[in-house]
Design a protein around this ligand. Structure first.
Ligand code: IMP
Length: 432
């Protein structure tokens, strides 16, 4: 009964969607356990009409694999309008979504959460976080502040009305008196939510129980994190983080299974580093190398379209991800993007105000001052996207992967070398 967590080891956008999709054929359930439609997964599926590209924000990427049951766990914040939009869009392209399960305990993102997210960000000025503007932070604030609306509330109209009124009252004061915006009407929100409730009713389930029974029956469960380790509200570069726990511990809480159920934790790590939004980033490039990585790697946000900040691989971050997630494996993605460089820098330590450290500094101020100490590896010029065995890779590409393995704290068990679903070299089975 393997339960494998797949978690981003950097700042998100490491290619988790592709990885979960690749593993899809070997698993029975794919569960999202935190975040919401701030995530963006691009999955390319080969079909008789040629490669088809899917951009998913809220639905687990397992939705594209007919043998998988996709699950939205209790730890996710669900914008029902976005959810229904994704379901309809997939149905129009012939994808069956009827297997989807949504936790009755998941919290909802309403339009007042979106309004608060956008308004507060605008007022923060140069202190802004650079959120995706999807209402994620305000929805989690209400959850922790015990003013949240859960999926199950959609099926008790009088409770829903009371909860929406209670949650809206202080927000309307804020919107009108502090931010000079229009108040949101509680009845309109309630009616809108009741309408969504009817439309998603067929998917709502006790997903904790379903997953427990599945694990007992020997099924394989994949727990899919959104965002990444350094965007974790506890372990990330706070306050430039998302408002949930993508790290592996969050998988048990957000899926409603016990931590002893988890049998493996796969960290997805890009062969270089990217970040969207504000906050420190020691290996960031501001020169033409950064531009080249962005160009070749197609580094633009799936959710917001923002250009991603790009930099070299950072082994200090990778080791930190190994530590806070208990990684058993890495899945290295986008190695092909590095083809064509004469030499490739890899950060192995930081110089922080004259002191060399190999560990992630505990102080954010120190992290802001961290200057990467690089080792330089020889590059390769050959196209590697058709390689299917590790031995097919040019010697220098092999050496690059082996070096990352030595300095990152866990084996590089798989390597992604192109966009296509099968452009992967599996060095060691990820599901064991
Ligand atoms: P929020 O999650 O919308 O509140 O945004 C908080 C921070 O997390 C911002 O820096 C976002 O750019 C970042 N973020 C949220 N979701 C993703 C993602 O899926 N990939 C990369 N960054 C993300």
């Amino acid at each position: 009964m393997p339960a494998i967590v797949v978690v981003g080891a950097q700042w998100g956008d490491e290619g988790k969607g592709k990885v979960t999709d690749v593993l899809g054929a070997q698993v029975d359930y794919v569960v999202r356990y935190q975040g919401g439609n701030n995530a963006g997964h691009t999955v390319v599926v080969n079909s008789p009409e040629g490669p088809q590209k899917f951009a998913l924000h809220l639905l687990p990427s397992g939705i594209l694999t007919p043998t998988v049951t996709p699950v939205i766990g209790n730890g996710v914040v669900v914008d029902p309008a976005v959810l229904l939009g994704e379901i309809v869009a997939l149905n129009e392209r012939g994808i069956d979504t009827s297997r989807l399960l949504i936790s009755a305990d998941a919290h909802l993102i309403t339009r007042y959460h979106v309004a608060m997210d956008k308004t507060v960000e605008r007022f923060m000025g140069n202190r802004k976080i650079g959120t995706t503007g999807r209402g994620i932070g305000p929805a989690y604030m209400d959850k922790v502040g015990r003013q949240g609306i859960r999926v199950q509330d959609l099926y008790d109209a009088s409770i829903l009305r009371q909860k929406v009124e209670g949650a809206l009252e202080p927000k309307n004061h804020m919107l009108v008196k502090v931010y000079n915006r229009r108040a949101v009407d509680a009845s309109e929100v309630t009616e809108e939510l009741l309408g969504y409730g009817e439309q998603i009713k067929r998917y709502v389930a006790d997903t904790s129980l379903v997953l427990d029974q599945a694990l007992e029956a020997g099924r394989t469960v994949l727990l899919e994190g959104g965002q990444g380790t350094l965007l974790d509200v506890d372990h990330g570069t706070y306050p430039f983080v998302t408002s949930s726990n993508p790290t592996a511990g969050g998988a048990a809480v957000g899926a409603g299974i016990g931590p002893t159920r988890i049998t493996g934790v796969v960290g997805i790590v890009k062969a270089y580093t990217t970040r969207v939004g504000e906050g420190p980033f020691p290996t960031e490039l501001f020169d033409e190398d950064g531009e080249k990585l962005r160009e070749i790697g197609g580094e633009r946000g799936v959710t917001t379209g923002r250009p991603r900040r790009c930099g070299w691989y950072d082994a200090v971050i990778a080791r930190y991800a190994t530590r806070v997630n208990g990684l058993t494996d890495f899945f290295l993605t986008k190695l092909d993007v590095l083809t064509g460089w004469e030499q490739i820098p890899v950060a192995v330590a930081y110089d922080i105000d004259g002191v060399v450290t190999e560990n992630m500094p505990v102080s954010q101020t120190d992290f802001h001052h961290a200057k990467p100490i690089f080792e330089y590896l020889p590059g390769w010029a050959e196209d590697i996207s058709t390689a299917r065995e590790f031995a097919d890779l040019p010697k220098n590409a092999q050496r690059y992967v082996e070096f990352l393995e030595e300095v990152s704290g866990a084996p590089m068990s798989a390597v992604g070398i192109g966009q296509a679903r099968d452009a992967v070299i599996e060095r060691r089975p990820l599901i064991r």
